[in-house]
Design a protein around this ligand. Structure first.
Ligand code: XMP
Length: 317
């Protein structure tokens, strides 16, 4: 039976022993796993842990600054690197989702590598890998390799010559959350919905432009804030908005408009492998749809995704 307190005590002792006075670098994503790994390592080795939080320009609205402030408030030794323009520049003109993922993975490694070279004498790379990632990274080497390439595991190049430390490698997600709670991490952070590494890029169908990212960030923000204020956020496993590559006709005053369509998606799931769409209240959908169309310029139609996985996936890509 898993006890988070005992895990923390044992892991902190093990990390102290293993890492001694070595310097360790870790990439924070804003998600639960990397945050819990960082706080655990910080407890073991303090300021010898150097955290890097990269803005890939595809995070949720205001997320980079908000999460960076939160990390600093937690006493983590963290550097925020705003590389949004670089990522969006490299992604320009790319429509294929797998090419988007590969591009983001490559640029992330370049940025992370540049940053870690600014630190002297780093010996270790820490990662927030959890048990399901370990399993999945084994299976993606099989026949399904072309389905999806996660860059979370083993994705960093050999030339970094760092030893790997993964304190959460044997834990399931709910255990990670319990460890995080024991470590005193803000419950709001621990309760965050999963968010894909390639971020909003796989929720913008077709090519990515800074204008599309901004529209989607605004739509997503109205949806997520709405879920929170209606008390629905914690009842949903994952939610987000998708910007479709079609325009549709609408009316505004005496004019006809020809503007973007967005889809909203909210699912219940335990592990993301299967998922059911959530029966969100009609009153909520009505309010959020009105808010999106009134507040976000360039969108004149909102649809709700009522497909389950399988056969539909959670992301639209
Ligand atoms: P799908 O779309 O395959 O998504 O039903 C299942 C879960 O995986 C997340 N996802 C990703 N996470 N890198 C990630 O780190 C990715 O490339 C990626 N693609 C999908 C998705 O958000 C959902 O939680």
């Amino acid at each position: 039976n898993f006890t988070p307190n005992a895990f923390v005590d044992e892991m902190v002792a093990e990390l102290k022993e293993k890492l001694g006075n070595d310097k360790v670098v870790l990439g924070l994503s804003g998600g639960v796993d990397s945050t819990v790994a960082a706080v655990l390592l910080n407890k073991a080795i303090g300021q010898n842990l150097y955290c890097i939080f990269v803005n890939n320009g595809l995070l949720r609205k205001n997320e980079f600054q908000n999460v960076l402030d939160q990390y600093k408030g937690m006493g983590l030794n963290v550097k925020g690197v705003d590389a949004g323009d670089r990522f969006l520049g490299e992604l320009a003109g790319i429509s294929d989702p797998e090419t988007k993922r590969k591009t983001i993975g490559r640029v992330f490694i370049e940025v992370f590598d540049d940053e870690s070279h600014l630190l002297e004498d780093v010996k270790w790379l820490a990662q927030g890998t959890i048990y399901p990632d370990v399993i999945e990274s084994v299976s993606v080497k099989g026949p399904s390799a072309t389905i999806k390439s996660h860059h979370n595991v083993g994705g960093l190049p050999d030339y970094m010559k760092l030893k790997i430390v993964e304190p959460l490698r044997m834990l399931f997600k709910d255990e990670v959350r319990r460890v995080g709670a024991t470590l005193g991490i803000d419950p709001e952070l621990l309760g965050r919905h999963p968010f894909p590494g390639p971020g909003l890029s796989i929720r913008i169908l077709g090519d990515i432009t800074p204008e599309k990212v901004q529209i989607l960030q605004d739509v997503d923000s109205v949806f997520i804030e709405g879920l929170k204020s209606w008390g629905l956020y914690d009842k949903v496993w994952q939610a987000g908005a998708i910007l479709l590559p079609v325009n549709s006709v609408g009316v505004m005053g005496d004019e006809r408009t020809y503007e973007k369509v967005v889809a909203l998606r909210a699912v219940e799931s335990t592990d993301g492998m299967t998922a059911d769409w959530v029966h969100l209240p009609y009153e909520f959908l009505m309010k959020v749809s009105n808010d999106i169309i009134n507040k976000v310029k360039g969108v004149n139609r909102v649809v709700y995704d009522i497909s389950s996985k399988p056969p539909a996936t959670i992301e639209w890509e």
